[in-house]
Design a protein around this ligand. Sequence first.
Ligand code: ADP
Ligand code: MG
Length: 238
Amino acid sequence: MVNQLFPLTVRGATTRHRGKTLVGPIDLDLDGQGTCVVLGPNGAGKTTLLRLLHGIARLNEGAITWACDQHAAQTSQAFVFQRPVMLRRSVLENLIYPLRIRGVSRSEARDRAERWAKRAGLGSMLDRPATFLSGGEQQKLALTRALIMDPQLVFLDEPSASLDGRATREIENILADTQKTGTRLILSTHDMGQARRLADQVIFMLGGRVHETGPAAPFFENPQTLEANAFLNGDIVE
Ligand SMILES: Nc1ncnc2c1ncn2[C@@H]1O[C@H](COP(=O)(O)OP(=O)(O)O)[C@@H](O)[C@H]1O
Ligand SMILES: [Mg+2]
C-alpha cells in the first residue's frame, strides 16, 4: 500500500473548550511504520489528541500537516470510538453502509461485507440487529466497519476498554493482521499489556501535553521522565 499520509507534523496544536485548554500545545513528528500507542492517566488528553489528529476536535491554534492534502488525508483515515456507534440495522447492513456512501455497488459491497464479517468472526451473525450484539461483538463490528474502507491509518480510542480477555484477544488479533498489511494504527489504551503487545512507538500524555515520546522498547525499559516511570509502575500520576 502506498502510504501518502506520513510524515505527520504537528506544531503547537491546541484544542480549547470554553476557554479551557483540553490539550496542547502539542508538537509531534510521526514517521515510519507500525503502531503508535497513546498512554497516560485518565483526563490526560488521549481521546482529545486522537480526535484532534483525525480532525474531529477543533484546532484552535497551531498546525497539523499530513504529507498529502487535507481531503486525501481525511478520506484515508478511520476512527473507532471507545463506545461503538451502531446503526439500528443488521450486522451486514452496518458493513455495507460505509461502502455504499463511497459509491461501491450494492453487490460488491455485499461481497466485501460478507468476507470481512467472516474474517472478524461475525460470519454467523450477518442478519442479526447490530444493537443485539455483545460489547465485544459490537467492537469487532465497529473495527471491521473501519477496516473495510481500507484506510491507511486507523485511530482507535481504548478499543477494548470494557471487554473481557477473550474479546480483547480477538480485537488484538484483528489489529495484528491489520498491522501486517502496512496500515498504521494510532490507539489509546490504559491496558499496559496491550500497549506492550502492540506498540512500536509510544506517546505518553500528561496534563494535555506530550510528556514523553519515542520508540516503544526503550520507553518501556527505561522511561526518561519520573512521571512515565511512575505510570509504568502503576502509581497514580496527575
Ligand atoms: N467535550 C468536552 N468538553 C469539556 N471538556 C472535555 C471534553 N472532552 C474532554 N474534556 C476534558 O479534556 C481533558 C482531556 O480529556 P480526554 O481527552 O478525554 O482524556 P483521556 O482520554 O486521556 O481520559 C479532560 O480534562 C477532560 O475533562
Ligand atoms: Mg479517553
